[in-house]
Every structure is written in C-alpha cells, then in structure tokens.
Design a protein around this ligand. Structure first.
Ligand code: NAI
Ligand code: F6P
Length: 388
C-alpha cells in the first residue's frame, strides 16, 4: 500500500509516518524543505526514538520524498496512492490545496477506487478545512464525482514531538504516548483501517477533549513560563505557581467538557493527571517558544483558550485561569515568531481592548474579555515591578 504524507517534520516522521509504516504502507513524504527531501530520497529510511528510560528505537524504511514545489509529480503520486495524510500546520493547508486538487483530477480520470485525505493538525475540523480549500480548485463536475469517491475524515492527533536537536537530521525523538482518532462516519467503504488508530462514530468530544486539555494545558504552561523567563516546559513545570495555573485552567476546561459531553468526572481527572505527567517527561526537552508558537492562532475563537473559556462561561462555570492564560499569551513578545510580533504591534497601536476583540472574537461586553484585559494589566505590572 502506498501513502502520501505532506510534511516530513516532527509529527510527520515521528508519528504519522511511523504508524503508516507499521500498518504496511510505503510512505512518500511531500515537503518544501530541500534538505529533508534530499536526505529522505537518499537514505530511504529514518529512526524514531522513544523518550523513555530504554530509549526504544524503531526503523521506518521504504520511505521516499517528493519536492512539494514539483506539483506535477505530487499530483501523479496522489493519483496512485491508497491514502493521503498531512501534518504541515493548519495555516499551511491552503498552500497544498492546489497540488491535491490536481492529484484528485488525475485520480478520478483513471480510477474509481476511493481515496481518503486525513489532516493531522491541531485544529477542529482540519480535514474539512482542507476539503473546502481543495474544492475551490475543482470544477462542479469534478466536485460531484469527488463527493462519491474522495473523503476527508476529520482526525485528532496526540503525541508530543519537540523540536529535534539530533546529529542525525532524520532521527526524531517522540514521547511514548500517542493517540490518533479518526471520524469513522466520514470514511468510505473499502478503507483499510490503519493499525493503532482509534476510529470513532463522533469525533467532536474526542478532539475537543484533546485540544482543550493537552493543548490548553501546554500553552498555558508555555505562556506563563515565558513570562517567568523559563526556556523549557520541563523547567516551567517545576514552578508550583505555573502548575497551579495549568491545573486551574484544566479544571475550568474540564468542567465545561464534562457538562458538554458527559465525560465521567473521575476518568477526566485521571486524564488531566496523565497529561501533566506527560508535560514533565524528563527524557524530553520541549522549548516554551515551540509550544507558544503562533499566539494569534492560539487566541482565535475556536482554539485552545477562547473556545473552552466560552464553553465554560456558557455552562455557568467561573473562568479565571483560562483568561489569565489569554492574558499571558497577549504578553508573548518573542521576536522570532511573526504572529507574536504582529500581536505586540497591534497592542501598541490599538490598545489591549481592541486587540482582544479582534483576535479572540470576544466583544467588549463579554465578561471574559473584561477579565482577560484586567489580568493582562496585572501581569504587565508584575513584569514591570521585577516579578516579585
Ligand atoms: N509536534 C507536536 O507535538 C504536535 C504537532 N501537531 C500538529 O502537527 C502539525 C505539524 O507540526 P510539527 O510536525 O510539529 O511541525 P514541523 O514544523 O516539524 O513540520 C511541518 C513540516 O511541514 C513542512 N511544510 C511546510 N510547508 C509545506 C508545504 N507547503 N508543503 C509541504 N510541506 C510543507 C515543513 O517544511 C515541515 O517539515 C501542526 O498542525 C501541529 O499543530 C499535532 C500534535 C502534536
Ligand atoms: O502545534 P501547535 O498547535 O502550535 O501547538 C504546540 C504543541 O503543543 C502540543 O499541543 C502538545 O504537545 C503539540 O500538539 C503541539 O505541537
């Protein structure tokens, strides 16, 4: 079986590529990083190392790579594939949509075999977003045919894969835990299930639980850790005041998730504790600026801070930690992150209230907006007064 995977980065090689390989797929990675592409083409294999005491390793072979700029070759490879996956970042999906649409046109011209596209990104409805972007490039006739033969099941992916600092540029170190959940209701007949994947009839509770626990907690630790001058999540999670913020935020999002999706309370508490353990894995070094990257995306209405805060607020739950994490995110002034730079410029130019309204979608009337603005000022004073 042949799979095409867009994005030969950390999740691409360390999670999706590994599981596809273990399921019997030969994986062709599509990437725009020339070094990665050429290394994969030459070596045809790479190693995944687990961040555990034994440092278990897995060899992923029978792989190759395609230059993402070679649209004709990407399209031809898609036309021949049994499965297509992505892990490029949700904001990059628009850049791969044209090549995918060409691949679908070629495929439909020569085959009636169904084809699945699964976006493995940190976002609600990632594959659905990809579908809309791809359909913009297809004629109405091709869209009608694609509706029958091409599917875009949404998915949730959970595995912490930090930035890599290995001598071997293809080696990727990953945490032992993983969870890949796919919406079975969008899968076409004939799809061969991927080993290790959890197929569910309704994805929403799973993806919201994952995003609003793992991702919410992680970015909360990152933004507070950044303000306190820590470099890694592991350092930040040694600070009891940061752990209290993270736990508080996860109790707020957890209460909202339990009310919304009727999760078992005790099981959800255990889920939170397991995630806190994952954050402090001593065999990983995970940089705060990676977890905090793209603060505008992370402050957007459907993402890991505003959406659980809004859900909690609607459920009548008092929200203070999630708004404090938003406030800390608004202070994330990391100069190498273009979104952080834009955020700080907007605050300088238009003030905090307009910035909050613009990026979070929380209007000036929202109590969450008011609290985040107040906490932003308090954190600012704390920073200015030497962090006593
Ligand atoms: N690293 C992690 O712990 C997790 C990441 N994710 C999600 O997985 C996705 C990928 O994240 P990472 O692997 O960490 O990022 P990464 O930066 O390591 O990998 C992304 C790869 O996509 C490639 N790329 C960029 N533009 C492209 C294009 N136009 N065509 C083809 N390839 C392109 C990059 O060159 C890079 O190799 C993101 O959506 C992230 O939110 C989800 C769960 C965990
Ligand atoms: O990839 P994002 O959405 O920028 O989030 C930062 C990282 O933190 C995590 O949420 C948890 O590890 C990863 O899934 C993710 O790579």
């Amino acid at each position: 079986m042949k799979a095409v995977h867009f994005g030969a980065g950390n999740i691409g090689r360390g999670f999706i590529g590994l599981l596809l390989h273990q399921s019997g797929y030969e994986v062709a990675f599509v990437d725009v990083n020339d070094t990665l592409v050429s290394l994969l083409q030459t070596k045809r294999q790479y190693t995944v190392k687990l961040a555990n005491e034994q440092a278990d390793t897995f060899l992923v072979d029978q792989v190759t790579a395609i230059d993402g700029k070679n649209i004709a070759l990407v399209a031809e490879t898609i036309a021949e594939a049994d499965l297509v996956t992505t892990a490029v970042g949700v904001s990059v999906l628009k850049h791969i949509a044209a090549a995918i649409s060409k691949g679908i046109e070629l495929r439909l011209a020569g085959s009636r075999e169904p084809l699945h596209f699964i976006a493995c990104e940190n976002a609600l409805g990632g594959s659905t977003t990809l579908k809309h972007l791809v359909y913009e490039h297809l004629s109405p006739e091709t869209q009608t045919l694609a509706d029958r033969l091409v599917a875009f099941p949404d998915a949730a992916v959970d595995r912490i894969v930090p930035l890599q600092q290995n001598e071997d540029p293809l080696l990727v170190t990953v945490e032992p835990f993983y969870e890949w959940t796919i919406d079975r209701s969008a899968v076409l007949p004939g799809h061969q299930e991927i080993a290790g994947v959890h197929y569910v009839d309704q994805l929403e509770p799973y993806i919201e639980r994952k995003l609003f626990t793992v991702n919410t907690g992680h970015c909360c630790a990152a933004y507070h850790g950044y303000l306190k001058g820590y470099t890694t999540i592991q350092e930040a999670m040694k600070d009891p005041s940061i752990v209290a913020e993270v736990r508080g935020a996860l109790q707020e999002s957890g209460a909202a998730l339990i009310q919304t999706y009727q999760f078992d309370e005790a099981a959800h508490s255990q889920y939170i504790e397991q995630i806190l353990e994952r954050f402090i894995n001593p065999y990983l070094v995970d940089e705060i600026v990676r977890i905090g990257r793209s603060p505008i995306r992370k402050l957007s209405p459907q993402d890991r801070l505003v959406r659980p805060a809004s859900l909690a607020n609607q459920c009548g739950i008092t929200v203070t930690h999630l708004t404090n994490a938003m406030a800390a995110a608004l202070h994330f002034d990391y100069a190498d992150d273009p979104e952080a730079v834009e955020l700080q410029e907007t605050i300088k130019k238009h003030g905090i209230h307009r910035t909050i309204a613009e990026y979070t979608g929380l209007s000036g009337q929202s109590p969450l907006h008011a609290r985040a603005a107040e906490q932003y000022q308090q954190l600012g004073q704390w920073v200015r007064h030497g962090k006593e």
